[in-house]
Design a binder for this molecule. Structure first.
Ligand SMILES: [Zn+2]
Length: 429
């Protein structure tokens, strides 16, 4: 019989709108066996008492670039998005060929320490695709591809497919290998031509690969796609990437639809500047949107439409983006940012975007995102501040308010039943 372990805490929040006072979770192997309240059922189980803490589903970071984790504080404040991209490219050119294993490892440690159990990572160089399978976090890793010249697309695709094949399990699936699932990511409409978008979609068809792209991120992107002018045109021309390229004359998501690639749900990152037609395209394809709140603020974009998207029934998840445009890789920090900056936003919705909605966006909702028997034991314990933060609110809401207060801190992170971060050494008790 598999060893069992029981975590007991002042609160267990198994999914949105449910709070168990004095709860416990029994874990057997990598899965949740039972969730209950009161004294744990039998004394043969090992019990870890987490005290004044809330156990919640492991936090999901639906968009990051772990390969950029070494760039924290190294990129000067940019005047524009294209200038920022230029800084990144220049930095990488200076360090060309240097493996980024340490950056990926650092990013995973920082994520686990801050309660994130699943990361959706974009691998631009292939380093994170190689390194992540051996690290203890759950991950959906996307091979990024870039190509604006149709005649070069097959070569780019072949390289990406070769790398992804190394991740396949014995049954030929890209998922379930060392907590890993895979995906393909044509970078963005300003770096991926029609043939590349369509090629990725055709390759992923019928497999368990998820498709992801950055889209509608800046007004400059919209201008470039519609008119072929502006800072993207200048930058890409200087990089000799615009040979034979013609602007499609459409908004970015309309362009993606026109390529024939948007047949099913995609993971659409940013969506900062959406037209009404583009919102309809997201609805029609049942795609998920990733909002990266603090990175969004860093670039000074106009208000993100996430609340409107949620009202329309579109799934919105949270991402940190990379340390090249953010101060931490903590989804809990993103949640606190939303709580501070959107006082009218229900804290339960913030909790949901960081857990269940994130799991759904990564097509992992059957495994993670909720703490219910049979699901993977991916969870986070957060020590609550003492006192009555949020006094006067309904009791259940009070817990969420306390979770999001600056004093609350992550004390335990578990992925598939394995303790990956343990602030107080509780596991040894
Ligand atoms: Zn990104």
């Amino acid at each position: 019989m598999t060893d069992t372990l029981t975590l007991r805490a002042a609160y267990v929040l198994p999914h949105r709108d449910k709070v168990i006072d004095g709860g416990w979770i029994e874990i057997g192997g990598s899965r949740i066996v039972e969730v209950g309240s009161g004294p744990p059922k039998t004394d043969r189980r090992r019990v870890i008492d987490l005290g004044n803490a809330a156990v919640i589903p492991g936090l999901v970071n639906a968009h990051t670039h772990l390969e950029l984790s070494d760039l924290q504080g190294k990129i000067p404040p940019p005047k524009s998005f294209t200038q920022w991209l230029g800084h990144i490219l220049a930095f990488r050119r200076r360090e060309a060929g240097k493996p980024l294993n340490h950056a990926v490892e650092k990013g995973v440690s920082l994520s686990l320490e801050s309660g994130t159990t699943t990361v959706a990572d974009i691998s631009s160089t292939g380093d994170s695709l190689r390194v992540l399978p051996n690290l203890p976090t759950r991950k959906r890793v996307f091979r990024e591809v870039i190509c604006l010249e149709p005649e070069k697309v097959s070569g780019v695709m072949e390289g990406a497919i070769r790398e992804l094949s190394s991740l396949k399990n014995a049954a030929g699936a890209y998922c379930d290998v060392s907590l890993l699932s895979a995906g393909l990511s044509p970078h963005a409409p300003y770096t991926a031509c029609t043939k590349l978008y369509l090629g990725c979609a055709l390759f992923a068809q019928g497999s368990d690969l998820l498709l992801c792209t950055h889209v509608c991120e800046t007004l400059e992107e919209v201008e470039f796609l519609r008119e072929g002018t502006g800072s993207f045109a200048i930058m890409l021309k200087a990089l000799n990437m615009l040979e034979g390229w013609r602007p499609p004359g459409m908004y970015p998501l309309e362009y993606l639809k026109s390529t024939g690639a948007l047949k099913g749900p995609w993971l659409l990152v940013h969506c900062n500047y959406l037209s009404g037609k583009e919102i309809k395209i997201i609805e029609e394809t049942a795609s998920s949107v990733v909002y990266c709140p603090r990175s969004h603020r860093y670039f000074g974009h106009r208000e993100h439409p996430f609340q409107d998207l949620l009202k329309r029934g579109i799934n919105v998840a949270l991402g940190t983006d990379s340390l090249a445009s953010n101060q931490s890789l903590s989804i809990l920090d993103e949640m606190r940012f939303l709580h501070e900056n959107y006082p009218g936003l229900d804290p339960v919705e913030i909790f949901s975007m960081a857990t269940e909605r994130g799991a759904k966006a990564l097509r992992l909702e059957e495994k993670i995102g909720r703490l219910i028997p049979g699901m993977e034991a991916d969870l986070t314990a957060i020590e609550l501040p003492q006192g009555s933060v949020g006094a006067g609110l309904k009791p259940a809401r009070t817990i969420y308010e306390r979770l999001l207060s600056p004093e609350a801190r992550v004390i335990l992170t578990m992925v598939a039943g394995r303790v990956c971060y343990d602030r107080y050494g509780l596991k040894k008790v």
